[in-house]
Design a protein around this ligand. Structure first.
Ligand code: HEC
Length: 129
């Protein structure tokens, strides 16, 4: 009986630790996995290091966002704050035009799964300098 209780406490402590570590990362996604998709689909405009200076960027107005700055435009969910993880995921999923932005920021919800998009958001966060 005592043994069982001890095990239960140990399990609860382990679960609590997992949540604690999950909470310390800046976004829920896996940034390394996000980089793979980013390099494939986003770097042509947003640039290899996220500075908004990809080969296609020069021709685009307003220009692709510079992720090294870490400032964002669209408050997609009316929360009063632009650029939350949910906002970034919405812009990536639905494209810029839906939120009054540049249609060159195309919707990626068809090519990328919700998990891919979470991972890409985590990678974008890591590009801030
Ligand atoms: C053809 C060029 C192009 C490609 C490719 C592209 N984007 Fe963009 N992106 C833009 C432009 C242009 C804007 C700025 C839109 C505006 O300000 O109206 C933008 C803006 C953004 C923003 C800023 C949203 C905000 O609220 O400020 C995010 C995040 C973003 N893109 C993510 C991505 C991701 C992730 C990919 C790859 C899956 C990607 N983009 C691919 C052109 C592109």
């Amino acid at each position: 009986m005592v043994q069982t209780l001890e095990n239960a406490i140990r399990t609860a402590a382990a679960i609590a630790l997992v949540f604690l570590f999950a909470g310390t990362s800046s976004a829920a996604g896996d940034a390394a996995a996000g980089k793979v998709k980013y390099d494939m689909f986003c770097a042509s405009c947003h640039g290899p290091t996220g500075k908004g200076d990809g080969p296609v960027a020069a021709a685009i107005q307003p220009p692709p966002r510079d992720f090294s700055v870490g400032e964002f435009k669209f408050d997609t969910n009316g929360s009063g704050t632009a650029g939350t993880d949910e906002d970034l995921a919405n812009v990536i999923t639905n494209g810029g035009a839906k939120y009054g932005g540049n249609p060159m920021m195309a919707p990626w919800g068809g090519a990328l799964s919700p998990t891919d998009i979470q991972n890409v958001v985590a990678y974008i966060r890591s590009l801030k300098q």
